[in-house]
Design a protein around this ligand. Structure first.
Ligand code: SF4
Ligand code: SF4
Length: 437
């Protein structure tokens, strides 16, 4: 199988922004494929559940990724604390190119800059990608999908937070958030808000009856609407800018604990905060190093003793500077790891306490789903690049796995397949709706 064949399956990175996988696997001269199995966002467990219950297809996918890229080594980057699973996987590795890469229990161990450094001891150059140092980083579920060698029609996700039965489920792409939350035992969502993704980098769901489980959703977390995380996530840019001007005493804690700064990249979030206090971004290039921010959230949700939003201010500055043509590759020098990195990293245990999530820190075992879903809404763009182009029309009958939208010729993107069998109820420039007959 070639990387071009992967493009027919609608594969995208299953945890982040949805980068089309066939593009990643078109890489050559690769030394290492690194599996991001760190799963360092608190409360999420779907990668571990996949490796526990679907290891055969996961390993098949990893072997295909090694074959197609020609990589000599495949590292599975996984936390040491999951000792039983780590040891079981080690004993069942089916190919001598594959090695386990035990990781410390830190946040954000799954950041690709961190992972490639842990695997190879090398740092991605300014403005570069893992391939610049011979690495391809790939997600657990993406490898599972490669191993299954079938169109992507379902999604694994963890249902967690204030739910009676935290669990991991595999459901058709396009069901509503409300339908997914019901598997955690939540019949009503009154007084709760739902986070799409992890507590550190996830986004608030606007409407659980309209928002859907997409190709990139790794978890849904229900929290009381007055929980500190929900309050912080609800603040918009205006409010965050106002808060930023109010109380920053320039203690520099945010910069001293910033994971990207500890790897040696030139980011100093306290300077972005200083800029927010004194000058509008449009008139200043002072916080230009914010372009190196990974948006991990550690500064806003853990480091700042004043509960201020340096991440959000860095994001505003980053958007402004990237929009004005600033290029990371033009920054002088090379990253060099900070000598204090090993003692300044933040453990997940401390993070969970600080985030007030101790009451919700439970296992989420895989639950088999037998329910038939009556309707799915499939957005044409669940990936980076151009939206997929519908190849069906309203009224057509489709079966599960059938191609319903294709990648536009010569454009970056991912194709889309029916996640249930039924009739096409509507086709718009945003989404295709399928109802079961
Ligand atoms: S944002 Fe918070 S951590 Fe950063 S310098 Fe200001 S007070 Fe200190
Ligand atoms: S969000 Fe904060 S801690 Fe994370 S990379 Fe950006 S500035 Fe650093």
């Amino acid at each position: 199988m070639t990387s071009a064949d992967f493009s027919q399956l609608g594969l995208v990175g299953c945890g982040g922004a949805g980068f089309p996988t066939h593009v990643k696997l078109a890489a050559r001269n690769v030394d290492a494929v690194i599996v991001n199995a760190a799963e360092c966002e608190p409360l999420l467990h779907k990668d571990k559940e996949i490796m526990k219950h679907c290891s055969e297809d996961f390993f098949k996918g990893l072997i295909k990724a090694l074959d197609v890229t020609g990589a000599k080594t495949g590292y599975i980057g996984m936390k040491k604390k999951y000792a039983d699973l780590l040891s079981w996987l080690s004993k069942n590795i089916p190919d001598k190119r594959i090695k386990m890469l035990p990781l410390g229990d830190f946040y954000p161990a799954g950041d690709e800059y961190e992972l490639v450094y842990e695997a190879t001891g090398k740092l991605i150059p300014h403005g570069g990608i893992p391939l610049n140092i011979g690495c391809v980083v790939i997600n657990v579920e993406t490898l599972l999908n490669i191993g299954r060698n079938a169109p992507v029609v379902s999604k694994f996700l963890t249902i967690a937070g204030q739910v009676p039965h935290p669990c991991t489920i595999e459901v058709p792409i396009g069901i509503t958030v409300r339908e997914a939350m019901a598997f955690g035992g939540l019949k009503k969502l009154d007084g709760l808000r739902i986070i799409d993704g992890g507590p550190m980098m996830g986004k608030l769901i606007a409407d659980p009856d309209k928002d859907i489980v997409s190709k990139t959703c790794g978890g849904l977390i229900a929290l009381p609407e007055n929980h500190v995380l929900i309050r912080k996530m609800s603040n918009g840019d205006k409010k965050n800018s106002r808060i930023a001007r109010s109380a920053c005493d320039q203690c520099t804690d945010c910069s001293e604990l910033c994971p990207r700064a500890l790897l040696g990249y030139p980011i100093r979030p306290h300077k972005a905060m200083r800029t927010a206090q004194f000058a509008p971004y449009a008139e200043s290039d002072y916080a230009v190093d914010s372009v190196f921010c990974s948006e991990c959230g550690l500064c806003s949700l853990f480091s700042c003793p004043e509960d201020l939003p340096p991440r959000e201010i860095c994001m505003i500055a980053k958007k402004f500077h990237l929009g004005n043509g600033v290029k990371l590759a033009e920054f002088k020098g090379e990253p060099a790891v900070h000598p204090m990195r090993s003692v300044r990293r933040v453990s997940i245990e401390r993070l969970i306490k600080k985030l007030a999530l101790l009451d919700y820190d439970h296992k989420a075992p895989l639950q088999q789903i037998t329910q038939r879903f009556e309707k799915v809404t499939l957005p044409l763009k669940m990936h980076i690049g151009a939206p997929a182009m519908p190849v069906i029309k309203a009224g057509d009958k489709v079966s599960v796995g059938q191609l319903i939208a294709a990648m536009p010729e010569g454009k970056l993107g991912a194709s889309l397949h029916a996640s249930i069998s039924g009739k096409i109820a509507s086709v718009t420039d945003q989404a295709i709706v399928i109802v079961r007959e």
